[in-house]
Design a protein around this ligand. Structure first.
Ligand code: GLN
Length: 472
């Protein structure tokens, strides 16, 4: 898709206009866009970048990506009036390669959530079934790619926020290795877990995406100096001799038959293509600890990161008789329930008397989980598991039992990719009730080449690529 569009750069204006028209047409149904971006200026500069890797390709950015002069809210009421004075590093990279941003996409408020139900502008619908969630937190970006508006959209992934919505929307979602893409200018959530990620409709485009976004940026000290390989040139769909480790704890905890049938069929096909399959058993208690560990680390870091959203340094200012009142009122009025809950947990974990037994303990448990992953990945090239146990839940869904393994393990295993920083990607695996289900793979640090190759092998096995949902 990206290649086709960039090779037809003379018609870029038309492609961009088509994308904008479709985005407007679908907005009442999907509610995926927070701010439409006028592409005129970007198109004027296209002549200078017409040989770029994304020349003339319409794209969308999650609304936590700072865009100079363009409103950036992170889907939070408190940032309703925020217009950044600088670009995120990746915005400059995308511009240099000729990409044309047409929309800032909806997300869970401040990226906290997995449903996109907490955006200040309301829920984002799943393009395959409007009564279902798109997933979160990068739900707007996912919906815009899945509905055919844009072939590429940026998201961010702190727990699984690219890979979960990708699975629910039938597209490819990539979270590369921690440090592979600069986070300079991304409104943070949890700095030790935050990754820039992105969505495409096939693995080849996913390779191009990383070629554009990856690389060292001196303004993000966590960004890596490692060279960026030519991913698309190195792409091969051969699974011959690839060692694949099934995360048994995940498959054991999934009760949905369709999900497991699709997964088992895929594994059989991968075997036929020459892959060697191994079953991996983690200590189940360790996997049950993923979610509480994640919440403790993420909420503590988020609380610290967002202490500047007080209506004085940043954000919409509420009335108050003193500086403290202004801060308290701005934060009370500016944040939704989910965010406030997380700040309370985070503050509690950071109290001097709690830090050791909560925040530091969570960091130690994280280490144990990463060590277990390291050990598992010694014998295999990648870990594989369904990206979720079921298709996307209903927007007005029933409450799920959050203490069951089906939730704790099967719905949250992808967080391991954030704990470790290992590259991880979700692809479509099949359909249930007309809605897509995803499969997730996770590889060794900086081994995106293997991840893309196995991804391409999976794409060949499923035959599912370039899916576009017909929104109705
Ligand atoms: N679902 C996770 C959460 O609720 C992941 C969020 C993310 O990756 N940004 O925080």
């Amino acid at each position: 898709m990206i290649e086709k569009l960039r090779n037809d750069v003379v018609h870029a204006k038309d492609h961009v206009q088509e994308a904008i028209n479709l985005a407007h047409q679908l907005q009442p149904a999907l509610n995926a866009v927070v701010t439409f971006v006028d592409p005129t200026q970007q198109l004027e500069h296209l002549e200078d970048v017409k040989t770029g890797l994304m020349a003339g390709v319409p794209i969308a950015l999650k609304d936590n990506v700072n865009t100079k002069g363009i409103r950036t809210t992170a889907s939070s009421k408190i940032l309703d009036n925020y217009i950044p004075v600088y670009n995120a590093h990746i915005v400059d990279l995308l511009t240099k390669q000729g990409a044309i941003c047409i929309a800032k996409a909806s997300m869970d408020e401040l990226a906290m959530g997995g449903s996109n139900l907490t955006a200040a502008t309301g829920p984002v619908s799943n393009p395959w079934d409007l009564s279902r969630i798109a997933g979160g937190s990068s739900g707007g970006s996912a919906a815009l790619v899945a509905s055919g508006v844009v072939p590429f959209a940026v998201g961010s992934d702190t727990g699984d926020s690219v890979r979960k919505p990708a699975g629910f929307c039938g597209i490819v979602g990539v979270k590369p290795t921690y440090g592979r893409i600069s986070r300079y200018g991304i409104i943070p959530y949890s700095s030790s877990l935050d990754h820039v990620g992105y969505f495409t409709r096939n693995v080849k485009d996913a390779c191009i995406g990383l070629e554009v976004l990856a690389g060292r940026d001196d303004r993000d000290m966590t960004s890596s100096l490692k060279e960026v390989p030519p991913y698309s040139e190195l792409l091969s769909e051969s699974l011959k001799g690839k060692k694949i480790g099934i995360i048994k704890n995940v498959t054991d905890s999934i009760q949905n038959e369709t999900t497991m049938n699709l997964f088992n069929e895929l594994i059989d096909k991968m075997k036929n293509e020459g892959a060697e399959i191994k079953e991996i058993n983690f200590d189940n208690n360790l996997l049950r600890a993923i979610l509480p560990t994640y919440y403790m680390i993420a909420n503590c870091e988020a609380t610290a990161n967002h202490s500047n959203l007080d209506g004085i340094r940043f954000g919409v200012q509420a009335e108050g008789d003193s500086t403290e009142d202004v801060m308290i009122n701005s934060r009370t009025e500016g944040f939704g329930l989910q965010v406030r809950k997380r700040f309370i947990t985070g503050s509690y974990g950071l109290f001097v008397e709690n830090q050791e037994k909560l925040f530091r303990k969570a960091q130690r448990v994280r280490r144990l989980i990463v060590e277990a992953m390291q050990e598992a990945l010694q014998d295999v090239d990648c870990l594989i598991a369904p990206a979720s146990s079921t298709i996307a839940p209903k927007i007005k869904g029933e409450k799920i039992d959050e203490l069951m393994d089906e939730y704790l393990v099967a719905e949250n295993h992808m967080v391991m990719g954030n704990f470790s920083g290992y590259p991880s990607m979700t692809l479509p695996m099949g359909f249930d009730q007309g809605c897509p289900l995803g499969v997730n793979i996770t590889c060794k640090a900086f081994d995106e080449v293997t991840m893309f190759n196995i991804g391409a092998g999976i794409e060949k096995c499923t035959g599912l690529k370039d899916l576009v949902a017909e929104v109705k």
